[in-house]
Design a protein around this ligand. Structure first.
Ligand code: COA
Length: 319
């Protein structure tokens, strides 16, 4: 499997740390030093599906193919306004594709899970030539905006990648272990006359320090697996593109691997944590600003609620 096109879309509203401190007991200094985030793009008047479709259009254009050429669409999404139909069905119609599609929810690790499924499709279905993966997320709609320890972390956005048959992807490692307490959100479903259990819903709940440790451990473990599987060393990897959740998580992982800062490009300062969209958004930035060179060895790694995590190792063959 090869990546032949990337795309992204952000909402137009920029919310700076200073803007947050007008209604929250926080400061630019606290958010910057604890997270690396300076601003984030927030959904205001657009819908998530608009961002998703824009990211798909950009990825298709970059790949030089049209929506009719797609054989499958996989959409990674945690929440959007529709419970049903799936976001992938909505986006399929918006971009004019006719292929089968489905959503997956592996929280912030969704891009890696989608890549693994796409890779398996290429191996098992001979009639599949092009797959579109789109990660579209609005985590800012999950937060309590009076809760300074969560709402300052997130931003909304969409990232997409067009994949075709090939052998650039060398290894993908996924890991999941049930650990709900550190990061969850419960929603209240409609009542029926038969419900007798107590039910409630509410905003995202997070134990930040627990998530921090789980993230570092899971990411390091997945990266080690894909690097070892290829018989190479951490030094042989040109770029590590990590889930953009906290610059301190990225730095902790970088230091553990004893690698140079330049190998860990990041954009968290501009966008915050955009959940599963963060890795494809970063990938698209680096593709478009021509940071990535043909033949580069790249590791992608992400982690999220569940707890879910995954990493993959690929050769970059796109010009
Ligand atoms: N502004 C100012 N102060 C804040 C704040 C904010 N936005 N958020 C929390 N604080 C306060 C806390 O109330 C606490 O105050 P106290 O010492 O008086 O109790 C203090 O800052 C330290 O809080 P703590 O939670 O220990 O900070 P931290 O260094 O662990 O940083 C996170 C908090 C959330 C930034 C950090 O734990 C983190 O990034 N965790 C991972 C989160 C994540 O990645 N989630 C998504 C995974 S996909």
């Amino acid at each position: 499997m090869n990546i032949i096109g990337t795309g992204r879309a952000h909402p137009s509203l920029t919310v700076t740390n200073d803007m947050l401190s007008t209604f929250l007991d926080t400061s630019d200094e606290w958010i910057t030093t604890r997270t690396g985030i300076k601003q984030r793009q927030l959904i205001s008047h657009v819908k998530l599906e608009d961002l998703a479709a824009e990211a798909c259009h950009n990825a298709l254009k970059d790949a030089g193919i049209s929506a009719e050429d797609l054989d499958f669409i996989i959409c990674s999404n945690v929440v959007n306004e529709y419970i049903t139909p799936s976001l992938s069905c909505i986006v399929q119609g918006m971009i004019g594709a006719t292929c089968p599609c489905f959503d997956l929810n592996s929280a912030c690790a969704g891009f890696i899970y989608a890549l693994d499924i796409a890779n398996s499709f290429f191996k098992s279905k001979s009639d599949i030539n092009h797959i579109l993966v789109v990660c579209a997320e609005e985590p800012t709609r999950m937060c309590d905006w009076q809760e300074r320890s969560t709402c300052v972390l997130f931003g909304d956005g969409a990232g997409a990648a067009v994949l075709k048959r090939g052998d650039d992807f060398k290894s993908i490692a996924l890991s999941s272990f049930s650990s709900i307490d550190p990061l969850y959100q419960i929603r209240q479903l409609e009542k029926t006359p038969f419900i007798t259990k107590e039910e409630f819903g509410g905003p995202l709940v997070m134990k930040g320090q627990d998530v921090f440790k789980l993230a570092v451990n899971a990411s390091l473990n997945d990266i080690r697996r894909v690097v070892e599987e290829n018989g190479i060393t951490y030094d042989d990897v040109d770029y590590y593109l990590l889930h953009q959740a906290n610059i301190r998580i990225i730095e902790t992982i970088r230091k553990s691997l004893d690698q140079d800062k330049v190998k860990f490009p990041h954009n968290i300062a501009n966008y915050g944590n955009t959940s599963s969209a963060s890795v494809p958004i970063l990938l698209d930035e680096l593709n478009r600003n021509q940071t990535l060179n043909r033949g580069d060895t790249i590791v992608l790694s992400a982690f999220g609620a569940g707890f879910t995590a995954g990493a993959c190792l690929l050769k970059w063959s796109k010009n």
